[in-house]
Write a protein of this length. Sequence first.
Lengths: 453, 166
Amino acid sequence: MPAPQQHRLVFRHIDEPGYTNDLACYLRNGGYEVLRKSVLRKPEELVDEVKKSGLRGRGGAGFPCGVKWSLLDRKSGKPIYLVVNADESEPGTFKDRYIIHNDPHQLIEGIMITCFANKVERTYIYIRGEFPEGARILERAIAEARAANFVGPNILGTSYGCEIYVHRGAGAYICGEETGLIESLEGKRPYPRIKPPYFPAVLGLYQCPTIVNNVETLCHVKHIADRGGDAYSKIGTPNNTGTRILCVSGHVQRPGYYEFEVGKITMGQLLNEVCGGPLPGRRFKAVIPGGSSAKVLKFGERYKGKRKVGAEMVDFDWGLEDVPMDFDSLGMIGSMGGSGGVIVMDDSVSMVEALGNINAFYSHESCGQCTPCREGSLWMKKITGRMVHGAARPEDGALLKSVADQIAGRTICAFGEACAWPTQSFVAKFGDEFKEYHQAKKNPRADGAPELV
Amino acid sequence: MMNLKPETLAKIEEVLPRYPVKRSAALPLLHLVQEDQGFISNEAVEWIASRLGLQPINVYELVTFYPMFRQKPIGRRHIKVCRTLSCAIMGGYRTCAEFRKQFNTGLGQVSPDGEVTVEFVECLASCGTAPVVMVDDVLHEKVDAARAKELCDEIKAEAKAGAGTR
């Protein structure tokens, strides 16, 4: 079956010739019309639209956005904050970069609708430190929107007002974890908070009720407010509504960003048709479907089970190429849709070395608060590092697994899982490669094999 | 005493009222002071702490945690090569080696000519155009070894042109 056409909602104007990131261009393209309509409605109605839309968070966890909003403690009498997670740091993910740089007013409009719906009067955009240009673009866009009365006091002649501030991070991955991000915004080390009791919806920024939403999620809110939650929920597939930006990187002919209705495109269609297949003379070996912490998938695997279609349970029997790129399907085959970052590796890559690269990342980024994660991520890095640069042993795969198995579920935040899943899945699926690595490394390196550790 | 530029001081005044709790301005102040002075000295830690009503340790612990803050000066240009998976499988390690070779320098050091510091950093979030490199605030995409050599030549030419005016 041929791949469906892209459905560009959030990325509609990305790459459009002549489209610029200033307010005038945004207004020429109908910008801020949805905000104008939204401030005439009741805030609760807008929350209902988002609930009806079925929108799931695009940052990684896929938690329903409307549910997140409805968990807010609205009776505390404290101010409610929105914190925009623009930390985009999950390896393989590069969608928010283009929204921020090329269409910042779309994000600001989504933010203002979200703030109006939730009676938020102050928002911080936490943008990763590695986007200095993005931070300047956002500052300028906010100033333009403020001058035009879309942001600031008494917006569009109403009694409602809201300020947006840009806050730059400083290179720490853990700030993408929402409670770590809040700590960082409070001027501290970004040590994630324990939940309960520190659910952001109740005890977030400055111990006030707080929503933390991803950049792409907030852009979808604009499109939901525009067409209504019911109409939006008809895009995509049930429980996986709307569109989603898939970021493809690594060994394909055409890496890049592609926006499709969620669940309407399969892995095979995406990689073979949309991205042009493997590089000349190569074959696909493995793919990480949702950012580097998602469990790796192996080409040639088959997945069998039962899934819900409408009200019925039906059997599925998929090759990796047949798997729809949605939250539920990727979850059913033992991985996740995560942040939408699809990393493709071909047969030039050693899985031991790829894991060594990933382990070095997580070891560098562990905040150090919980012992299993701090020590475990370091040992996994040391073991894979030794395998590559020192003496590898046939039993190293089992050793790696034993370390990983002692991390997940024993930490304050999900980083424990994020650093354990790569090791667990690489060893489970490519165990022979780990067993034989001590032999394989005696051979000269294959032509074109990249150095990874 | 801290000799901050007037525009840095003005920006600090602009940033402070954005937060209901002063401590929140710690990261913005660290960025501003580092941009002004090139690195964060012990004196800067104490100055920021007193500005925010904090103990110096509250600021120092941020400098030692967040990778972007540094306690020593670097070269005139800062070259950051992405090390993470998508860039690595597209040749990021070769790119990094080329930068080091061109400036005859090791990772994280000031090159002998004082011109650059080459660093291997984690994901820069531009994986679709791997391998990527940042030179100061500017992102460069699809930087293979050949492109790295070109960038080095540009940096050296700019250094030469700048030397006359320095």
